[in-house]
Design a protein around this ligand. Structure first.
Ligand SMILES: Cc1cc2nc3c(=O)[nH]c(=O)nc-3n(C[C@H](O)[C@H](O)[C@H](O)COP(=O)(O)OP(=O)(O)OC[C@H]3O[C@@H](n4cnc5c(N)ncnc54)[C@H](O)[C@@H]3O)c2cc1C
Length: 405
């Protein structure tokens, strides 16, 4: 019976898994490279099966309280004139969908997964040795330790995946675009609203789910070559983004000026992770590390929450025997992941239109909104993908509810 579990990554998937494992009497240790919980990020969606998981975690109410109740989205031109406006029918596939800023989602899950969970910030796994009985894990800062299991929940560029499964080039499918998101002061008078401005191949936007808190800036652009990995530090990324967005209208100059004040810039390629298998010996991949669907799908966080539930559940059902649990977890998740990765490519013409024609078509589609059958089909497709898994009733304890958090 596995008891000690090392989880690399304190994003959404890592703490969600830790939450369930401690309820099973296991001892999770979460290693996070950042010095503290990462902030930033646009609103992410929690929908379909992920809402059922949130209910089973006893966190659905907390998620609802943290959700932004976004009232609408404006598409504006270079002079700030609204070309099309949409209500929530466009941003959600069902009235039950929750739109939560990533920072608030991550904080809620992290707060619920505290008692009995060890967190080590500012550290990273450097080597993994699996002798069949234990995994010996070495760290950049801490002394090496032995664990029963190792879980890679360290995102798109998973470090543990590289160490155990090989270089990421084998698994990453670059979708020829990049995204950057950062917090900035809300000097724009935005209230529960998102605004996007696009010119061919690049989009800049603002989001404010809480008029009293910071706003979030969004920069998305198409590019043939992957740039994020060539730009290792914040200064070079900021320079790159400034150059990439020069000459853009609307409030782009103000937004770009705010880049200098950010201390947690999220900048990454838009990519998917496609792998044949998610486990090797005592190591298993979870969340984006296993199957990043890309931000274009809007389903990364939902897959992470569902995956953590299924992995913990299969471990519980197998009495902690990873040889039975890991294949069962993959079997349960495969079809669900495939469906959600498939919806990603539909998002690109909307978020970052390629040319002026695509901008005009997008704006017209948004104006027509629910009257346009194609949009209804799109949100119907998202709804189906988000529910494309039958969640088993695993022998798990909802420790947040049990402890009254
Ligand atoms: C700061 C941030 C902002 C984001 N914003 C958005 C957004 O606006 N829209 C969207 O769709 N998706 C966004 N994402 C991605 C989204 O959170 C994931 O798709 C989804 O939640 C799946 O969660 P995950 O836990 O698998 O991965 P992630 O949420 O990416 O978490 C991975 C964690 O692992 C940590 N990590 C990375 N390398 C190491 C290492 N070597 N050692 C230890 N820890 C490591 C990271 O710091 C991070 O905390 C963002 C991710 C981050 C980290």
């Amino acid at each position: 019976m596995a008891r000690t579990v090392c989880i690399s990554g304190a994003g959404i998937a890592g703490p969600a898994l830790a939450y369930w494992l401690r309820g099973m009497g296991m001892r999770p240790t979460v290693i996070e490279r950042a010095p503290q919980l990462r902030t930033g990020g646009w609103a992410v969606d929690v929908r379909g099966a992920a809402i059922t998981v949130a209910e089973r975690m006893g966190l659905a109410e907390a998620f609802r309280a943290a959700s932004d109740n976004l009232r609408g989205l404006d598409l504006v031109d270079a002079r700030g004139r609204t070309r099309a406006a949409a209500g929530t029918e466009l941003t959600s596939s069902s009235p039950d969908d929750l739109e939560i800023r990533r920072t608030a989602l991550s904080r809620t899950v992290f707060d619920a997964a505290q008692d009995g969970v060890e967190y080590v910030f500012g550290d990273s796994v450097t080597a993994v040795g699996d002798d069949g009985d234990r995994v010996r894990v070495s760290f950049a800062e801490s002394a090496p330790r032995d664990f029963d299991l190792l879980v890679a929940a360290d995102g798109l560029h998973s470090n543990v995946r590289r160490l155990v499964f090989g270089p990421e080039e084998r698994y990453l499918r670059f979708l020829k675009a990049h995204v950057s998101i950062f917090d900035l002061p809300n000097r724009f008078g935005l209230d529960h609203k998102a605004v996007l401005h696009s010119d061919p191949g690049r989009t800049i936007g603002l989001y404010a789910g809480d008029p009293n808190g910071p706003a979030q800036a969004f920069l998305g652009f198409r590019s043939r070559a992957e740039a994020a990995s060539r730009l290792p530090d914040a200064a070079s990324r900021i320079r790159y983004l400034r150059a990439r967005y020069s000459g853009m209208g609307w409030r782009a100059p103000e937004i770009l000026d705010a880049l200098d004040g950010t201390d947690d810039l999220y900048f990454d390629s838009i990519a998917q992770v496609r792998m044949e298998g998610w486990s090797k010996g005592r190591t298993v991949l979870l969340g984006d590390a296993a199957h990043c669907p890309s931000p274009l799908s809007g389903q990364g966080s939902s897959l992470a929450l569902v995956g953590a539930y299924v992995l913990a559940g299969e471990l519980a059902a197998a009495g902690g025997d990873h040889r039975r649990a890991f294949p069962a977890y993959e079997e349960a998740m495969r079809g669900f992941v495939r469906r959600n990765q498939a919806i990603a490519t539909n998002g690109m013409p909307f978020l970052v239109p390629r040319d002026r024609v695509q901008i005009l078509l997008r704006d017209a589609a948004v104006r027509l909104g629910p009257r346009l059958p194609a949009l209804n089909r799109l949100s119907g497709g998202i709804r189906k993908a988000a529910n494309a898994i039958g969640l088993k009733d695993y022998p798990l304890t909802a420790s947040a509810a049990a402890s009254g958090r």
